[in-house]
Design a protein around this ligand. Structure first.
Ligand SMILES: NC(=O)c1ccc[n+]([C@@H]2O[C@H](COP(=O)([O-])OP(=O)(O)OC[C@H]3O[C@@H](n4cnc5c(N)ncnc54)[C@H](OP(=O)(O)O)[C@@H]3O)[C@@H](O)[C@H]2O)c1
Length: 493
């Protein structure tokens, strides 16, 4: 039986796209499953628009009805939603918000548990946090106060630190839940289960057996309607500093002493501390950027709507990351992410070393035909695991061939898998910060990314340099070829 938690949500950006597409359906699923206490829960949504409660509830119904068991259920859910027109930059509005929160707290007997969710442009995060505290919107009667904030968390170390200092004036670090929705993905969470639940895997999870690890976050589409935002950000800030770094950290961390959030975070931070932060020259050698060109009807990036035609924003990044510790000495972690690639997928390929001696080839006096064992974790769009081994071809003799052990998520497992936002909001309700990025993690990732950014802002790129529908620029293949390696997934194969 689910544990239901009493909670009052205050959502800033309630009229926005994310709220409608992801947040309301997620909270509805938690309501259906009994994870929010159906009798003791309310949500105040805010935006500048002059909406009534009725209008707000229509939006809620529109967003959740397809997933409701009945119209009554959806309506009962929507009846917990209240709207206040509010400009977050106007301090006076917060007094009314505080009064309203206290009223609903009493009405629903919520016992002071508050979750503040800022689903707005990041330049508002600090202002909202400051005013919430200054205008007594945080409860002080023994309930919890938690702040969930969306990405991006800064655009470099300095702006992230400034934002963090602003938040810290109102919320302690353990009250801040920084969303990185990749951490809510089933297969990303499965990395921890596979590594620390299986001595078979954890026993070989080191530089004695692993040759290299490859993490790919590929998108098939271009910038679409996000061009304005994206051109000021680029792939390094948009995908590498956050999602990719978080995945690398979980792959590289040491065993936590328990599955508690504090213990996992401690190990993630230790892993990030051992990550080598490049000098500028090293960054030039170990990181590659790209921008897509034209292909048939597809315009090049510089001719997309809302993109300046001399833009040097990268739509692709590949790089090599090194962890300088006993476990990972000499094991490169290769990463790549980009837009307009072959397909939309996220995968992790763990490439194992070949046997030191190939007894089959030496018996025949031929070159070894054994392949590297590869453990591939498919994170998106399907959850799948493939372990590629070398096996014997059926028949006479001893010819070898690749043998794949495959686990694909069943339909039942798929149905039981919550969307990342549902899972993460539930974690925040429970006060479990395991799947949120801590300040120490975020700041270290910025230290790493800032060096590369600085080099790229200084050096002139030769753009465009890759074709839509490919897996990126040739330089990304050369990065691995220089080390005598290749991407496991390569569309040119
Ligand atoms: N959309 C996505 O798929 C997605 C994915 C990942 C992360 N995010 C992040 O989620 C956040 C929200 O994104 P979004 O796509 O939902 O943005 P959006 O559609 O532009 O919504 C922005 C919200 O902010 C409100 N707002 C703007 N200025 C305001 C002010 N001065 N006072 C009060 N409210 C104000 C708007 O309400 P009014 O217009 O009514 O004032 C609206 O509700 C961003 O940090 C974004 O980076 C979004």
């Amino acid at each position: 039986m689910a544990t239901a938690t009493r909670a009052l949500f205050m959502l800033f950006g309630a009229t926005g796209d994310l709220a409608k597409r992801k947040l309301y359906p997620s909270i509805f699923n938690l309501y259906k499953k009994g994870y929010v206490d159906n009798d003791h829960f309310a949500l105040i949504g805010t935006g500048r628009r002059e909406w009534s409660d009725e209008k707000f509830r229509e939006v809620i119904l529109d967003s959740v009805s397809a997933n409701a068991d009945s119209e009554e259920q959806a309506k009962a859910f929507a009846s917990h939603f209240y709207y206040m027109s509010h400009d977050v930059t106007n301090p006076e509005h917060y007094d009314a918000l505080s009064d309203y929160a206290n009223k609903l707290d009493q009405q629903y007997d919520i016992e002071g548990n508050r979750i503040f969710y800022i689903s707005m442009a990041p330049n508002f995060f600090g202002t909202v946090a400051k005013n919430l505290k200054a205008h007594n919107c945080l409860s002080d009667n023994g309930g919890f106060n938690r702040l969930i904030i969306e990405k991006p968390f800064g655009r470099d170390y300095d702006t992230a630190e400034e934002l963090n200092n602003a938040l810290a004036k109102s919320f302690n670090e353990n009250q801040v839940y920084r969303i990185d929705h990749y951490l809510g993905k089933e297969m990303v969470q499965n990395i921890i289960a596979l590594r620390f639940g299986n001595p078979l895997i954890e026993g070989i999870w080191n530089n004695k057996y692993i040759d290299n690890i490859q993490v790919t976050l590929a998108e098939k589409l271009g910038v679409e309607e996000r061009a304005g935002y994206y051109d000021g950000s680029g792939a390094l800030r948009d995908m590498v500093q956050n999602h990719t770094m978080q995945m690398l950290t979980i792959l590289a961390m040491e065993d936590p002493i328990s599955f508690k959030d504090v213990d996992i975070r401690r190990e993630k931070i230790r892993a990030l501390r051992s990550m080598h932060v490049y000098t500028e020259d090293e960054a030039r050698q170990n990181f590659v950027r790209g921008q897509y060109g034209a292909n048939g009807d597809q315009r090049d990036y510089r001719h997309e709507d809302n993109v300046p035609n001399d833009s040097i924003t990268e739509t692709y990044v590949a790089g090599k990351v090194l962890f300088e510790n006993k476990r990972w000495k000499n094991v490169p972690f290769y990463i790549r992410t980009g837009k307009m690639l072959t397909d939309k997928f996220t995968r992790i390929d763990v490439v194992f070393k070949k046997p030191l001696v190939d007894i089959f080839a030496s018996a025949k006096g031929t070159e070894s035909e054994l392949n590297n064992n590869v453990l591939t974790l498919f994170v998106d769009p399907v959850n799948k695991i493939i372990l590629r081994l070398n096996g014997k071809q059926a028949g006479q003799g001893m010819e070898m061939q690749p043998l794949d052990l495959t686990h694909t998520q069943s339909d039942e497992e798929k149905a039981a898998t919550p969307e990342p936002y549902e899972r993460l909001i539930h974690d925040a309700i429970l006060g479990n910060a395991t799947n949120f990025a801590s300040w120490d993690e975020v700041s270290r990732a910025w230290e790493f990314a800032d060096v590369i950014r600085h080099v790229w802002d200084t050096d002139k790129p030769d753009f465009p340099n890759y074709t839509p529908g490919s897996m990126g620029p040739d330089a990304a293949d050369e990065l691995l070829a220089r080390d005598g390696r290749a991407w496991v997934f390569n569309s040119k194969k």
